[in-house]
Design a protein around this ligand. Structure first.
Ligand SMILES: [Zn+2]
Length: 186
């Protein structure tokens, strides 16, 4: 007989099966006893009190309200684009970032080719001697500014029109962020 292989005789197998059955039945009986005792004390298996139909409903209601409150809070902290124009503006701005990162993602929406924007930016930087046209500080990092702010667009056509190269310029981040939606001549 090969080493390590255990072969039970029919008698031994019978004994083992019987022992297993006894163990199972006694465990089951003890388990049922325990549940009965706990139920008599008005408690569940984990020791928490058994809720009546009314308190179950109340608990479910509380859970629902909790979920609704959480959803509300999440929505408040993650504002959505409210209008179609705002959503389009968001896409066009990401497309501009794609042009600069040279990944060209979504750039088909823009009224120019990515390479044209890059050339335009370099030309503007050279014209201004790499200085911000508003404050005059040397530009290390720049923001692309819309001379006529995009918030003034009422339709999608107008909005795309404001993304024309002639409306795009470079400003230092500080000036661009302080400019907001104002129309500033520089
Ligand atoms: Zn500046």
């Amino acid at each position: 007989m090969p080493k390590g292989v255990c072969v039970l005789t029919p008698r031994l197998r019978e004994i083992r099966a019987r022992n297993a059955r006894y163990a199972f039945e006694s465990t089951r009986e003890r388990h049922i006893e325990r549940i009965k005792t706990l139920h008599a004390q008005g408690r569940k298996l984990d020791g928490t009190p058994i809720l009546g139909p009314d308190s179950q409903k109340l608990r479910a209601k509380q859970l629902r309200q909790n979920e609704r409150r959480k959803t509300k809070e999440w929505k408040a902290s993650h504002p959505r684009h409210r209008t179609v124009i705002q959503a389009l503006a968001h896409r066009l701005r990401s497309a501009i970032r794609s042009c600069l990162k040279k990944n060209d993602w979504g750039t088909h929406r823009l009224p120019f080719r990515p390479v044209e924007l890059r050339e335009h930016i370099n030309r503007k930087l050279d014209e201004r001697n790499h200085r911000c046209p508003m404050c005059g500080t040397p530009i290390e990092r720049f923001h692309i500014d819309h001379r006529v702010p995009i918030s003034s667009a009422k339709t999608a056509e107008e909005l795309i029109g404001l993304f024309a190269l002639s409306n795009l310029d470079v400003l230092c981040p500080t000036c661009n962020m302080s400019k907001h939606a104002k129309l500033v001549s520089y």
